[in-house]
Design a protein around this ligand. Structure first.
Ligand code: GAP
Length: 503
């Protein structure tokens, strides 16, 4: 994970994110709120940079298609709250559920599909439930199973255990068997009320995905933008899911951001486009400096397909090797072949024609949709995990190896000491560079501490103004990754940055 291969824990990454102002728990002074996070000064810029890169790659400068011609993709920014009928049509009111079980003793709630159970191979003794990826500790095994070794058990999913055997299961946070309730379906959409009265008639939902806003505007875009199939509509924005078990830091939150693109194409060409987008999306993640070793594509099994993908032809996930996924991987982006499920549903429910007349084929059809759907905030988590690099050769011992075009601060400017004309030169340089680059002028503390702070912020280049600058108008540029230092002319700093970033 880290460049030198050292194991990195999520706790270390979280500590750096707090210390350097990337991410804070939401409403921390009131004890926080499970599943909600605030992005601090550096985190907000990192997130914006990732968003802008995605937008550039999707809308402003999309990849060339299989025939070498640039693709046509337009942007959109739809409302978070839409007519609730839209969520009935999309299948979210009826089907956007997770199975949950409660513990009657601790009042904790778990997703049934994320609970594993150790079942004794000899059938003797209690069955022991635990959250996927968090096996019972030796201390816990000593307490509840008299230190029986893990080899004595077989791990199975809770959902495969018959209900009449639940009384023999010890829940993840209790020492007593029989406290888990049977699984119940729990709808993940947040409800709110529109207008002054709070009756059921006024219920609306916070969108659980940005995708539906795109389907609702497909007709508008088609009628106003002179696009022709195949084309795409892209959108970035907040989504909300009342997750049963938000966990793993910002990985699964209740409020998060998505970057989604719906690619509308002829049904006969959907398979080709599905393959195209799988490759294009992997390529983009790699272009951000995410190592191929930590990325993979994984096809969904039939039983994990979303309601819309069942109507289409499958989903593949781009997965990343997160520190908490052990030897395994976790989802970063889903690429789904949604068929014409959504447009057909909206055509029926809204009584609005979603057909497209294809002049080249002289044919009328409802386009099929390929959807690359990624998490912006989950992408930020990947950037943070990937960038965290322990390095015994530096005072801070760690630096954030962000791709320079994503780093929240591109360049730092330091006067070596605050006298002899150095602060004035540093300030002038800062005033010049900040017009084009995200820069920080730092005049406090000794130079080692200033470098260390910039290493943890992931700043690729630091420029130091020293006694020689006053004499010969040159500055020291220090490289974040190699720690190498060299002198360049003061008036060449801007072109140095331009060359590094664009060249
Ligand atoms: N429109 C399709 C859709 O929403 P999804 O797989 O449920 O598909 C797409 O979500 C992406 O959104 C995921 O791959 C993930 O990156 C992100 N995402 C989903 N739920 C999330 C959550 N609770 N917290 C953070 N990111 C989430």
């Amino acid at each position: 994970m880290s460049e030198n291969g050292a194991p990195v824990s999520m706790d270390e990454i979280k500590a750096l994110c707090k210390r350097r102002g990337f991410i804070y728990p939401a409403s921390e002074i009131y004890g926080g709120l499970n599943g909600f996070w605030d992005y601090g000064p550096l985190g907000a810029v990192l997130k914006n940079n990732l968003r802008d890169d995605w937008w550039r790659n999707m809308v402003l400068c999309p990849p060339a298609g299989p025939d070498g011609e640039p693709l046509s993709i337009v942007g959109l920014d739809s409302a978070i709250i839409q007519n609730p009928d839209a969520w009935v049509a999309s299948g979210h009111v009826g089907g956007f559920n997770d199975p949950m079980v409660d513990c009657r003793e601790t009042k904790n709630r778990y997703r049934a599909d994320q609970l594993m159970v150790w079942v004794p191979k000899d059938g003797q003794g209690p069955k022991i439930a635990f959250m996927e990826g968090e096996q019972p500790t030796p201390k816990r095994m000593k307490k509840i199973a008299r230190s029986r070794p893990a080899d004595d058990y077989e791990a199975v999913g809770l959902e495969s255990i018959p209900l009449d055997q639940y009384e023999g299961i010890i829940g993840p946070d209790t020492n007593n068997p029989g406290t888990l309730t049977e699984p119940r379906q729990f709808n993940l959409m947040f409800k709110t009320f529109v207008g002054a009265t709070s009756g059921e008639d006024n219920v609306a939902y916070l969108r659980p995905e940005t995708a539906q806003g795109i389907f609702l505007n497909y007709r508008n875009v088609l009628d106003t933008m002179r696009v022709k199939v195949p084309f795409g509509i892209a959108q970035v924005g907040k989504a909300f899911r009342n997750e049963v078990t938000p966990r793993n830091y910002i990985f699964r939150s209740r409020e998060f951001e998505q970057m989604e693109m719906e690619w509308f194409c002829h049904p006969d060409e959907a398979g080709t486009w599905f393959e195209f987008w799988k490759n294009a999306r992997m390529e983009w993640w790699r272009s951000l400096g995410i190592s191929s070793d930590n990325l993979r594509l994984r096809d969904h099994d039939q039983d994990e397909l979303s309601h819309y993908a069942k109507e289409g032809h499958g989903t593949v996930d781009v997965e990343y090797r997160y520190p908490f996924s052990g030897d395994g991987y976790g989802e970063l982006e889903g690429i789904a072949h949604r068929g014409n499920f959504d447009l057909t549903q909206h055509q029926e429910h809204a009584k609005t024609k979603m057909e497209y007349f294809d002049p080249e084929r002289n044919e009328r059809y409802i386009p099929h949709v390929i959807e690359p759907a990624s998490g912006l905030t989950r992408g930020v988590l990947v950037l943070l995990c990937e960038a965290y690099t322990p390095d015994p050769n530096r005072p801070s011992k760690v630096y954030m190896n962000f791709h320079p075009r994503l780093a929240p601060i591109t360049a730092a400017i330091f006067p070596l000491v605050n006298k002899d004309g150095m602060p004035e030169i540093a300030r002038n340089l800062y005033m010049q560079l900040r017009k084009k680059y995200a820069c920080q002028l730092d005049v406090k503390q000794n130079i080692g501490k200033r470098y260390a702070r910039m290493d943890e912020a992931g700043t690729p280049w630091c420029f130091t103004i020293d006694g020689d600058t006053v004499q010969d108008q040159s500055v020291t540029v220090r490289d974040r990754n190699t720690l190498s230092q060299k002198r360049i002319a003061l008036d060449k700093v801007a072109s140095y940055l331009a060359e590094k970033l664009d060249g």
